[in-house]
Every structure is written in structure tokens, then in C-alpha cells.
Design a protein around this ligand. Structure first.
Ligand SMILES: Nc1ncnc2c1ncn2[C@@H]1O[C@H](COP(=O)(O)OP(=O)(O)OP(=O)(O)O)[C@@H](O)[C@H]1O
Ligand SMILES: [Mg+2]
Length: 406
């Protein structure tokens, strides 16, 4: 039995780190394994308090629990953090058991341990890595949030800038219309001047004749001259009225006769067209009706006719022709304005509706005429406008709805 016991002891001592202390914790025995892991020699340990390997990190309360347990004759198990002679840390899985004498009193304590340093270190390293990872993760999340926020801001900024640009474009369009209106006004004044020249000289003659008759006391003839003068003045004021109507902005969409629009345009352009000796043919059924802004359509047709007039000026005076016609087709009204001025060059025909495109630099065309036509017909009137070269010249075809809601 005694021999068996000593074999057990040997086996344990060879495989474990073993120490013994007296009841006060003073070391009475250490095996080689203990010396190896702690870095102390046997002679440095025997007689010293066991707390020689105590690690400063371990809280006092742990030791209190240890002592309370073993002093009450129970076994204490823990994974202890210790410090070796050279200051390095080691972890040991420890079992401390009190050895009792015959009377059941504590005789000494035996501590049996095995080294778990690498396990603990690994676990700690793993924990560190996990912490690093979760930190990295939260950093990433934060960065993603930040990037998302930046993107959102950029998006808002972009939206704002797009809105601003759109507003600028609208402003540009308004200015273009204004510019074109001014140009048309200039032309209008020219036209009024032209149309007034004749009645003004007529009035001059009437006044002269009236003066002559008044000297002769020819009352009857004075009365006749007076009536004539009134007619001339009425004609002049009608001219002004025509222009005023033409330039008053459209209030609402309405049904109107196409022929009325055409007549209005030609009464305004009468002066300049007859001066240019253009033979105008209007072939429009009086009953054809369309829907939209009447005055805007007049302006569009006026622009197209003005272009035709400009183009026709390059042709010899006795051949200048302009033909306006209109018909219904598939729920739309088509208005064709065709000249015999030779047509539009194929290189530029796709560009003529673009703003500021002009071939009239010398005579200072603004290049806005057809752009405005397109805006009026397509944006305000829900129609289309296109051009083709045919026979002897250009043919502009406007297509607009017959009725509202199309
Ligand atoms: N009937 C036509 N025959 C030949 N070319 C034409 C005709 N109508 C338009 N064009 C061409 O299209 C171009 C653009 O016309 P648009 O009315 O837009 O500008 P513009 O007449 O040059 O200038 P603006 O009308 O502003 O004074 C003209 O410069 C001209 O070259
Ligand atoms: Mg023009």
C-alpha cells in the first residue's frame, strides 16, 4: 500500500506542477515542474510565502475566497494567473486541497496544477481579435452611414442644382420670347409706318382740299371731304387695333377659325408682303376650326411667313409665290405654308428649329423665329411642326388638334 502511494505521488509529480504549504501558506515543497514554470530555484521557494508567484492583477477578493474555502477544509479549484521570477505571466489550472491529520485538523495544503498558459493566451488573443473585429465592424458601419449621409446630401444638392438649372432654362426661354417679341414689335412699327404712309398722305390732300373749299365757301364739298377723312382715320385706327390684338397675350385656349388667324397674319404683314411683291394664295375653307391659343398660333405663322418672305427676296420679283392651305386629317388640322424660294439646304434642315440657328448673319437674324414656332406649336398647342423641301421651295406643316383634350 505504502509503495503504491509513493507511485501515485511520483506519477502526479511527474505530470503536474505540485507544491505544498503549511497552514500559513509557507512553502514546504515544490517539484521540478513548479521550479521550471515559476523560474525560481527550490532553495528560493522553500520557506517563502506561496504568494511569491502571485500576479499583481489578481484582486485580493480571489485570495480571500481561496483561503475561506481551504480553511473550511474544502478543495478549491481555479485557473490562476501567476507571475514568474522574470515577471512573465503564466496561467495554471489549479486544485488546492487541505491534507487532514488523524484528528481531522488541517496539516498542510497541497496544490496540483497544470499549465494552461497557451490556452488562456489563445482565448485572450481570440477575444482581442473579436473585439478588434467588432470595432472594425462598427467603424465600417459608421463609415457606411457617413458615406450614405454624404451621398444623400450630394443627391439633395444635385436635385437643387437641377431645379436651379431648370429655372435658369425657363428664365432663358422667357428672355428669348421677350427678345422675339421685341423684334416682332420692331417689325410691327415698320409695318404700321408702311400702312400709314398712304392714308397719311391721303389725309394731307384732304386737308389741303378742305382748306381750298373753305376759302371758296363750298360747304357741300367740305362735308364730303370730311366724311372721307373720317374713313381714312377709321382705317388707320383699325390698323392699330389689329396690331394691338395680335400682341395681347392669349388668356385661355379656345376653338377658333383657322381662316381668321391667317387673315389676321396677312393683314399685319400686308405692307411688307406687297412691298416684296409676293403673290400670296390662301386656300382655306372658312369652316375649318382648331383648338388652342389663337394669338400664339398667329405669331407662329407670322414667323414662318416672315422667313418665306426673306427667302423669296432672293428670287426675281415676278416669280415670288407663297401658298397657305389647310385641311383636316385624322382628328388634326394641318396648315401648310409653302414658298417657291428654293428650299432649305440639306445640311441645315435638321437644325433650323434650334434656338439661335440662323443663316442670316449679315441681315442680323436672331435665329429664334422657328424655335419659337416649335415652342408654341409643341408646348402650348399640343401639336407638331415639320418642314420638307418640295417642288420649288420649303413647305412648313403645322399640325394642331381640332378639339381640346387631344
Ligand atoms: N422658307 C424658308 N426657306 C429657306 N430657308 C429657310 C426658310 N425658313 C427658314 N429658313 C432657314 O432657317 C433658318 C432659321 O430660321 P429662324 O426663323 O429660326 O431664324 P432667322 O429667320 O434666321 O432669324 P429670326 O427669325 O430670328 O430673325 C433661317 O436662317 C433660314 O436659313
Ligand atoms: Mg425667322
Amino acid at each position: 500500500m505504502g509503495q503504491e502511494l509513493s507511485q501515485y505521488k511520483k506519477a502526479i509529480e511527474q505530470s503536474n506542477i505540485v507544491s505544498k504549504t503549511d497552514i500559513d501558506g509557507i512553502i514546504t515543497f515544490v517539484n521540478d515542474e513548479f521550479c521550471k514554470i515559476s523560474g525560481y530555484g527550490k532553495e528560493e521557494l522553500i520557506g517563502k510565502n506561496h504568494n511569491i508567484v502571485r500576479h499583481p492583477d489578481v484582486p485580493k477578493s480571489d485570495f480571500k475566497l481561496l483561503w475561506d474555502t481551504i480553511l473550511s477544509k474544502k478543495t478549491f479549484k481555479t485557473t490562476a494567473k501567476n507571475m514568474s521570477k522574470n515577471g512573465s505571466t503564466f496561467y495554471v489550472n489549479t486544485t488546492i486541497a487541505p491534507i487532514l491529520d488523524k484528528n481531522g485538523d488541517i496539516q498542510e495544503f497541497i496544490a496540483i496544477r497544470y499549465d494552461v498558459t497557451s490556452n488562456v493566451m489563445l482565448t485572450e488573443a481570440l477575444k482581442n481579435k473579436e473585439e478588434e473585429l467588432s470595432l472594425l465592424n462598427s467603424m465600417l458601419e459608421k463609415r457606411i452611414q457617413e458615406q450614405t449621409r454624404k451621398l444623400r446630401m450630394l443627391n439633395q444638392d444635385l436635385e437643387k442644382r437641377i431645379a436651379e438649372e431648370a429655372e435658369k432654362n425657363r428664365e432663358k426661354d422667357r428672355m428669348m420670347f421677350q427678345q422675339a417679341r421685341l423684334a416682332a414689335m420692331g417689325e410691327t412699327i415698320g409695318n404700321i409706318a408702311h400702312q400709314w404712309r398712304q392714308p397719311l398722305s391721303e389725309l394731307g390732300i384732304i386737308m389741303f382740299t378742305m382748306k381750298k373749299y373753305s376759302l371758296d365757301s363750298n360747304k357741300k364739298d367740305i362735308q364730303k371731304q370730311y366724311e372721307h377723312a373720317k374713313k381714312v382715320i377709321a382705317r388707320m385706327s383699325k390698323t392699330i387695333e389689329d396690331f394691338r390684338n395680335f400682341f395681347s397675350p392669349a388668356k385661355s385656349k379656345d376653338n377658333f377659325f383657322v381662316k381668321d388667324v391667317i387673315d389676321e397674319v396677312f393683314s399685319i404683314l400686308e405692307g411688307s408682303l406687297s412691298k416684296a411683291a409676293i403673290n400670296v394664295k390662301i386656300e382655306i375653307d372658312e369652316s375649318i376650326m382648331a383648338y388652342g391659343y389663337k394669338n400664339e398660333l398667329s405669331q407662329a405663322i407670322l414667323n414662318i411667313v416672315s422667313n418665306a418672305k426673306d427667302a423669296l427676296l432672293d428670287k426675281s420679283a415676278d416669280e415670288r409665290e407663297l401658298k397657305i392651305s389647310s385641311k383636316y386629317e385624322n382628328g388634326f388640322v394641318l396648315i401648310s405654308i409653302a414658298d417657291n424660294a428654293g428650299g432649305i439646304d440639306n445640311e441645315v434642315i435638321d437644325k433650323i428649329f434650334e434656338p439661335y440657328f440662323t443663316t442670316k448673319h449679315a441681315s442680323s437674324g436672331t435665329g429664334l423665329g422657328l424655335y419659337i414656332v416649335k415652342m408654341i406649336i409643341e408646348n402650348s398647342m399640343n401639336g407638331t411642326v415639320r418642314v420638307k423641301n418640295q417642288d420649288a421651295g420649303a413647305d412648313f406643316i403645322i399640325k394642331i388638334p381640332i378639339q381640346g383634350g387631344q
